[in-house]
Design a protein around this ligand. Structure first.
Ligand code: FPP
Ligand code: FPP
Ligand code: MG
Ligand code: MG
Length: 348
């Protein structure tokens, strides 16, 4: 009972494994023949700039949360099989982090960002060209790691993740003013650009463990809703956070003409805002005008409520898993539910 009640920090449950994964990521990003490329590719795997490592944490906890008792009785066999499975699931977490960092390297070029994770971005200190190439390089190393998993379904899921990142980013870049004002379009883009990565990699964790399709879909839905909540909060923080606490610029979305949930809700209350959105936000006067409307509206509050709704859906996905009496499974599920709270209360 005390296990169920006790609140444990989800990150601390997997911290040993996270540092193992960190070591492997640094190895996988290294290429002796081309030191410059190595430097750029390893940059965000270095200690201190590894980011929140949300994705690996979720994936490792998901791996533990889905562990059933194996149908073998010889302890050695069970241990070997479960060690091998765990190693493969860790590998999936490594692949996910590599794809994530590759997308950040490209993203900072597209957004012309000069900081990331509180330090100078790779494009800022080494240039756009190297930043793009380092991203491509990480993707290729992720492909090699993926091949080693020897699982076609997981390959397909991972290819879909990359496709979604690219399509999400392109939707964001190339939408008409009408599309930019559409909540549907915003949620679609948010799924592609943010939630698909975590949804599909959670599903991959389940498939690697030979779980049923139903359980794989529960894992997927957890990741999907957690990812949506995460991005909604990210978009809110772009208005409410400070550059210092975020480690990246604030108000950067609206200044780039990217319309997110808080503004979309504000438009419903103040249709005049639509006219402003149709213009470009290159003129700071319009940015300020939009911010004034946002302040008068309940945009931030409604976006927060939507994030909470998705966080709750993620939590109920975990609750719908087949019951288990395994203490470790229970603890991991509890941590996954706790993460849904952490995502919506985070300030950076
Ligand atoms: C920066 O990621 C990227 C975004 C803000 C968009 C994508 C976000 C996700 C895919 C998160 C979804 C994952 C979970 C577990 C809900 P970041 O803020 O995570 O950056 P970091 O790696 O530098 O911490
Ligand atoms: C962060 O968004 C960016 C993403 C979540 C994905 C970016 C995807 C690409 C650039 C496509 C290329 C993909 C690969 C796999 C190489 P943001 O700019 O809203 O967040 P930020 O504030 O963290 O920069
Ligand atoms: Mg960006
Ligand atoms: Mg971007």
């Amino acid at each position: 009972i005390s296990l169920v009640e006790q609140q444990v920090d989800p990150f601390s449950l997997v911290s040993d494994e996270l540092s193992l994964i960190g070591d492997r990521l640094r190895d996988m990003a290294a290429i002796d023949e081309v030191p410059k490329l190595s430097l750029a590719a390893e940059y965000f795997f270095e200690l201190g700039v590894e980011g929140k490592r949300f994705r690996s944490t979720v994936l490792l906890l998901m791996a533990s949360a889905l562990n059933g008792s194996l149908p073998w009785s010889v302890p050695d066999v069970v241990t070997n099989i479960s060690n091998d499975l765990r190693r493969r699931q860790q590998r999936m977490a490594e692949i996910t982090e590599m794809i994530h960092v590759a997308s950040l390297l490209h993203d900072d070029v597209l957004d012309d960002a000069d900081t990331r994770r509180g330090v100078a971005s790779v494009n800022y200190c080494m240039g756009n060209k190297l930043s793009v190439l380092a991203g491509d390089f990480l993707l290729s190393r992720a492909c090699v790691a993926l091949a080693s998993l020897n699982n076609i379904e997981v390959v397909t899921l991972t290819a879909t993740i990359i496709e979604h990142l690219v399509t999400g980013e392109t939707i964001q870049m190339a939408s008409t003013p009408e599309q930019r004002c559409s909540m549907d379009q915003y949620m679609k883009k948010t799924f592609y650009k943010t939630a698909s990565l975590i949804a599909n990699s959670c599903k991959a964790i389940a498939l690697l463990a030979d779980q049923s399709n139903e359980v794989a879909m529960v894992a997927y839905n957890y990741g999907r809703n957690l990812g949506l909540a995460f991005q909604l909060i990210d978009d809110i923080l772009d208005f409410t956070g400070t550059s210092a606490s975020l480690g990246k610029g604030s108000l950067s979305d609206i200044r780039h003409g990217i319309i997110t949930a808080p503004i979309l809700f504000a438009v419903e209350e103040f249709p005049q805002l639509r006219e402003i959105i149709y213009r470009s936000f290159e003129d700071p006067v319009y940015v300020q005008l939009a911010l004034d409307y946002l302040g008068k509206s309940s945009g931030i509050q409604r976006a927060t409520e939507l994030a909470i709704e998705h966080a709750n859906l993620a939590a109920s996905a975990i609750d719908s898993l087949p019951q288990s009496v395994d203490a470790n499974v229970i603890k991991s599920r509890r941590a996954l539910v706790d993460l849904t709270h952490i995502v919506i209360t985070r300030t950076k």
